[in-house]
Structures are given as C-alpha cells and as structure tokens.
Unconditional design. Structure first.
Length: 168
C-alpha cells in the first residue's frame, strides 16, 4: 500500500538540518547562493565523473534526486565530495525512508567518497525510521519559524555558500 501523506521537506533540507538550521531556513525560502558557489560546482563535477557507467540522477518524487541506484539489489547510492558527515547519513536515510514508504524495496544505501576512496554502507532498520521521522519534524519546525535562526559563526562557515548572506 502506498503512503501518500505529503512530506514538506527535501533530502537536501534534511542534510541542512544537521549542518546549519539557518541555512535550512534560508534554502527553504528559495535563497540559494550555492548555485554559483565553486565548492558546490566541484561537488557536482565529482558526482558526475564518479561511477560514470551508472544511470545518474534518479528523481525521488519532489523530495530529492538519487545519484544512482541498484534497485534489483535494493541499494541506493550517493556520491559526496568531502568527508563523512552525519548530514550525509541523514539525507540518505531520508531517501530510504521515502522510497520504502512508497513501496520501493530498498534496504541499504552506500555513500561514496571518491576523493578519500571510501564507501560507507548504511543498512535500513527501525532505528533509522525513527531518526528520519524526528528529522522531518525538526526540519518542518525550523521551516515554520517566522524568522531565521540566529547566525552563529563556526569553522564550517568559511566553506559555506551562505557565509555572505549570514555575515555580510
């Protein structure tokens, strides 16, 4: 049976929830300086050039895009430019959750870090489902705030496309 309940967040927003709530709030409102940001362009190039024989960019409804998938094996794949982060796991878990809710038999995800030559495998379980459901609620709470969360200068801000928006 297909679950048609609308989810009001995207995979990228779930990732941003774990990176910076202000960035999540701004992105949700269409403020997107990352489209012209060099680090994002490099990440897109890494994803495009890695695993070139795989079918790329598989839409997951209106909540995101998978980098590629082995649906016959029940595995989805994401390729990331940088190093492992909790945000990566949250985003991929969200995609597993959405696919499973809609009847797609996936049971694992692999997150590939080509520059580090590492792959992280995430197996689906009920704990993942609970974390994703909590993340969805938390992201929706941030998105429903009238004003953005306060800007907090952190080390990660130096590499963020939103730095000028937050600290100009």
């Amino acid at each position: 049976m297909q679950n048609t309940e609308k989810v009001n967040v995207t995979g990228k927003e779930i990732s941003y929830l774990h990176i910076c709530k202000r960035k999540l709030w701004l992105f949700h409102r269409g403020i997107r300086p990352e489209l012209e940001y060099d680090n994002v362009k490099i990440g897109m190039l890494v994803q495009e050039k890695s695993f070139s024989r795989q079918k790329k960019e598989i839409p997951v409804g209106d909540v995101g895009v998978l980098d590629w998938a082995d649906f016959k094996d029940g595995i989805i794949h994401e390729t990331k430019k940088g190093c492992y982060t909790v945000a990566d796991i949250a985003q991929v878990s969200f995609y597993l959750y959405i696919l499973r809710r809609n009847g797609v038999l996936v049971h694992a995800a692999q997150i590939h870090y080509p520059q580090q030559r590492k792959t992280l495998t995430l197996n689906w379980d009920e704990d993942c489902a609970k974390k994703v459901e909590a993340d969805i609620v938390a992201a929706e709470e941030v998105n429903h705030q009238r004003f953005p969360p306060a800007a907090e200068r952190r080390t990660i801000c130096k590499k963020c496309a939103y730095e000028e928006v937050c600290f100009a």
